[in-house]
Design a protein around this ligand. Structure first.
Ligand SMILES: C[S@@+](CC[C@H](N)C(=O)[O-])C[C@H]1O[C@@H](n2cnc3c(N)ncnc32)[C@H](O)[C@@H]1O
Length: 413
């Protein structure tokens, strides 16, 4: 173990992977004590690791050979594994991913927020493949006239073509196969000239009930209602949205998150920490959570920055639906009753001024839905310093085969 081989430009170590860290890399230590983050390494494995990045405090590498394999190692299902950049955890058996994620998050919260996740911290799981009902793809036409489609590469702006993406729902894969060329032609007619580089970015949404909707910039307004708008039924409520705006991307598991949020709301009202006088849903998208909870409250405010969501929110619930940054709304509105507050910010977490305003308000209970446990941990430590405590934590495996996790925190003071 820990032997080193040096070729002209390549440095290779044999390393034992100690654990998985946030982002899905394995973590090992070099003989000099520096940490090495290892792409493709699983906890317990002994691997030959090629060093790709050599920094003063840490290094980065990739597995080139496995000497002792983990029992949880799986053969990646997708031929684009390692190329597309999307599903970097396919080398870990699907059935082992939630347990691994739970360990990663326990450590993440310990390290960033100095808090222990509750002993009963659970990650809800759903289908491991074919779950993703929302995607952004690029349809491209070669000079020969051949049309293909793929994902946009994160760093180079190139395209990774695919025929069948195993995490997309079967309906999305089938829709692309049948309609990519048609959508491309339609967009050319709409814009009266070929899109730049003969490429078209398209958002797709499968509503789980037989309709795939799509949107591209420049879609004629007359086609929008028919092609882009969709209705999803969740928890007995019909929710209107369209393919150009945010909507949750794992409809199979979404009902479990909805139930957890409903329970958190009911418990808050029952114990008196929150009230049914006012529901404030910040970062509300098309008014998703508020639309499901609307019958429980006397007054509702939803706040969402994307103006495209507003018409749907107005359709989904009769409430004070505001199109504004949440931090601006909080700066201009005094919350002086113990309202029920739900926040569901993007990966960046809460803007600091929004967080400060919540702390200064009369809100005593906060339901925080997060798609990034790192920013959740950061925000939690600020709330904790301001007197909030963690009441409940749950995880939702919305993105199997990737290191991403959805989480729900309930805080109170
Ligand atoms: C994770 S999504 C949640 C949406 C909604 N809660 C749902 O479940 O469908 C985050 C939403 O926050 C919106 N957003 C991002 N920054 C914002 C801000 N500063 N103020 C208000 N909304 C914001 C995004 O447009 C997006 O719709």
């Amino acid at each position: 173990m820990n032997s080193v081989k040096c070729y002209i430009w390549v440095v290779i170590y044999e390393l034992r992977i100690e654990k998985m860290v946030q982002g899905g890399e394995g973590m090992a230590r070099l003989p000099d004590g520096r940490v090495c983050f290892v792409q493709g390494g699983l906890p317990g494995e002994l691997c030959q690791v090629e060093i790709l990045q050599n920094k003063k405090d840490f290094t980065r590498g990739r597995v080139i050979k496995i000497t002792e394999k983990s029992v949880d190692r799986a053969e990646p299902r997708c031929p684009l594994y390692g190329k597309c950049g999307g599903c970097s955890l396919q080398h870990l058996e699907s059935s082992a991913q939630a347990a691994c994620s739970a360990l990663v998050e326990r450590e993440n919260f310990r390290r960033i927020a100095h808090v222990e996740l509750p002993e009963d911290f659970k990650i809800h799981t759903g289908p491991a493949w074919g779950y993703r009902n929302r995607a952004r793809v690029v349809i491209a036409r070669a000079k020969s006239g051949k049309v293909s489609y793929g994902f946009r590469m994160q760093k180079s702006n190139g395209i990774i073509p695919f025929a069948n993406c195993p995490v997309l729902t079967p309906a999305l894969n089938a829709f692309l196969k049948e309609n990519a060329a048609k959508i491309f032609e339609e967009s050319i007619k709409a814009s009266k000239r070929p899109p730049r580089n003969f490429e078209l970015d398209v958002n797709l949404f499968d509503n789980g009930a037989g309709k795939v909707s799509y949107f591209y910039k420049g879609m004629p307004a007359a086609d929008f209602e028919k092609n882009a708008v969709s209705v999803v039924e969740i928890a007995g409520k019909k929710i209107r949205s369209d393919a150009s705006v945010f909507f949750q991307s794992n409809l199979s598991l979404l009902p479990e998150l909805v139930t957890a949020v409903q329970n958190a709301v009911d418990e808050g009202i029952a114990c008196g920490e929150a009230s049914d006088a006012w529901l404030i849903d910040l970062f509300s998208g098309v008014g998703f959570f508020a639309a499901i909870l609307k019958d429980k409250f006397k007054k509702i405010t939803t706040v969402e920055r994307d103006e495209g969501c507003l018409k749907h929110a107005d359709f989904n619930l009769s409430a004070d639906n505001v199109s504004a940054p949440a931090e601006d709304w909080l700066a201009e509105n005094v919350v002086d009753v113990p309202a029920t507050l739900i926040v569901d910010p993007p990966r960046t977490g809460l803007p600091p001024t929004a967080l400060e305003a919540i702390v200064k308000s009369s809100v005593n209970r906060l339901i925080y839905v997060s798609c990034d446990p790192v920013t959740l941990a950061r925000d939690f430590s600020r709330f904790r310093d301001a007197g909030f405590a963690l009441k409940k934590a749950e995880g939702f495996a919305f993105y199997p085969q990737t290191p991403h996790l959805e989480m729900l925190f309930v805080l109170s003071r």
